[in-house]
Design a protein around this ligand. Structure first.
Ligand SMILES: Cc1cc2nc3c(=O)[nH]c(=O)nc-3n(C[C@H](O)[C@H](O)[C@H](O)COP(=O)(O)OP(=O)(O)OC[C@H]3O[C@@H](n4cnc5c(N)ncnc54)[C@H](O)[C@@H]3O)c2cc1C
Length: 476
């Protein structure tokens, strides 16, 4: 039986592990953390539950597919609940706009904000999604040449790669507040809407045509389900175990050395850890001519996050499941993050409050507060006070928290070995970074594959899971 090692038990690693297992490979997964799921991590304390990582879920079929291919029934592991009216957006002038996947209601909502062509918008983002789904999502890339096939080149030309997301949205919406709402999708791939290609506006198809989902009992149930299925089918998951390096012979990985000094042999290796950090630390520079340190140094990290998880014993009744409070200066916010490499002065604040949908999941209220941050060191105490102040100014009076936990970019870097704390590895600010994300197949080591949010096809959790589903190794 062929043997595979997966380095990292994030969603991408577990998805790859179950996929290979289903094709007759004997799989061992190592993760340095005490839990499986990587950034999809539950924080449970004093009766409060928080989903760290993915709070806004889309594309449920992708997660279900991982379970199905193992011959199991996803319904026995998790239940997706659709939130049709999903996000309340609050603007600097106090006005509000609800996003809903019900087109008629959405048009009524947008009519209050001046001229728009929402029906054309939904058509166009559906078109972008369909093209990406048939040409990009299910492919793995090993070299530049893979991009030169005529069908792919044709598809590339049609997904608006040269237009910015902001420019694209201006075709359909006139009000600056509405533009903020749709431009925020660039942050889902860790980038700025003024630089990210319009291609990524396809995220609008997922949220606005299809809807936002929540997993009953907490989104983290997906990671628990992946772990259960993998172990039930005989996979070996070794937590609290750091892989130190790949053992390479004749341009092939033949195994790994663990931090403890133990060595483990394998026919295939899947790297789920952050692309830049893992490539640099796990593979000797001599074994990776394509990814020399000089080249790795040139990559720009994607956005990071400053997160506060706040528990209140009493339920805050008027806070919905998803709320975004926008800055008055969106361009300034992105400039401060990406060009000046500092925390924004007047940040857009996102709050996820899953207790609004699922009161049984937590005691009282569970506020997951997220602010976009540069991939850099941040002073948590100072910035935390600034966020509380901003929330108060924006009419959210939390009072004294009953529970509080702060996670800054440097904590993300440390806990998940993430490049400078970036959530999605490399930013998608130019054509090359967007479409030539690190390829899944290692260009120098033929039996090494990257699965995860820092590689192709992208950083949102469904894309991460797809990269695992696309793993090419099998037992035959
Ligand atoms: C705050 C936050 C909010 C987010 N919000 C959303 C959202 O709303 N919707 C959405 O779809 N996505 C969201 N995401 C993104 C999503 O969480 C990630 O893209 C996804 O979980 C990443 O999965 P992954 O498999 O690529 O890697 P990870 O989850 O990073 O897992 C990789 C694992 O490998 C381990 N590892 C690395 N190197 C080694 C080594 N040498 N030895 C052993 N183990 C190693 C790491 O510690 C980690 O546990 C969010 C992320 C964050 C952090």
């Amino acid at each position: 039986m062929k043997k595979a090692i997966v380095i990292g038990a994030g969603l991408g690693g577990l998805s790859a592990a179950i996929t290979m297992q289903s094709k007759g490979v004997d799989v061992t997964v190592f993760d340095e953390n005490p839990h499986a799921g990587g950034k999809m991590m539950s924080v449970d304390s004093e009766g409060f539950h928080f989903d760290f990582g993915p709070n806004t879920m889309t594309m449920p079929h992708v997660f279900q597919q991982v379970i199905k291919q193992a011959g199991e029934n996803p319904d026995e592991y998790f239940t997706f609940q659709k939130l049709t009216r999903h996000t309340r957006n609050v603007f600097a002038d106090g006005s509000e706009l609800w996003q809903t996947a019900d087109e008629k209601s959405m048009i009524r909502e947008l009519d209050r904000f001046g001229p728009h062509t929402y029906d054309r918008y939904t058509e166009e983002v559906r078109r972008l999604y369909t093209l990406a789904e048939s040409h990009f999502f299910h492919r793995t890339f090993r070299s530049w040449k893979d991009y030169l096939s005529p069908s792919l080149a044709g598809a590339m030309a049609q997904v608006r790669p040269l237009e910015s997301m902001d420019h694209f949205h201006r075709r359909f919406f006139s009000d600056e507040r509405v533009l903020q709402v749709f431009n925020r999708y660039a942050t889902y791939i860790g980038s700025s809407p003024f630089k990210a290609p319009a291609t990524f506006s396809l995220i609008g198809h997922l949220e606005m045509n299809d809807g936002v989902y929540y997993v009953k009992g907490g989104n983290v149930k997906i990671a628990h389900a992946f772990q259960s299925v993998f172990e039930k089918k005989g996979g070996s998951l070794q937590l609290n175990t750091r892989v130190k390096r790949l053992i390479v012979r004749n341009q092939k990985a033949v195994g790994v050395e663990l931090q403890s000094g133990e060595t483990v042999e394998a026919d295939f290796v899947v790297i789920n850890g952050d692309f830049v950090t893992a490539t640099r630390s796990l593979i000797d520079e001599g074994d990776r001519p394509t990814y020399q340190n000089r080249k790795l140094d040139r990559f720009h990290p994607s956005i990071s996050a400053f997160v506060m998880m706040i528990g209140k014993r009493e339920r805050i009744m008027d806070l919905p499941h998803h709320q975004v409070m926008f800055t008055s200066d969106y361009e300034g916010e992105f400039r401060q993050i990406f060009q000046e490499n500092r925390m924004p002065e007047d940040p857009t604040i996102y709050i996820s409050h899953s207790a609004a949908t699922d009161p049984a999941v937590t005691s009282g209220s569970n506020l997951f507060v997220l602010v976009n941050a540069p991939a850099a060191e941040v002073n948590p105490e100072r910035y935390k006070e600034q966020i509380y102040e901003r929330l108060l100014q924006k009419g959210v009076n939390i009072g004294a928290p009953d529970f509080e936990k702060v996670i800054a970019p440097q904590d993300i870097a440390r806990q998940f070995s993430a490049y400078k704390g970036a959530l999605y590895g490399i930013s998608s600010h130019n054509l090359k970074d967007s479409f030539l994300r690190p390829r899944n197949g290692h260009p120098d080591l033929s039996n090494v594959y990257y699965a995860g949010g820092t590689t192709h096809p992208g950083g949102g959790s469904p894309m991460v899971v797809l990269s695992g589903l696309n793993v090419p190794f099998s037992g035959e």
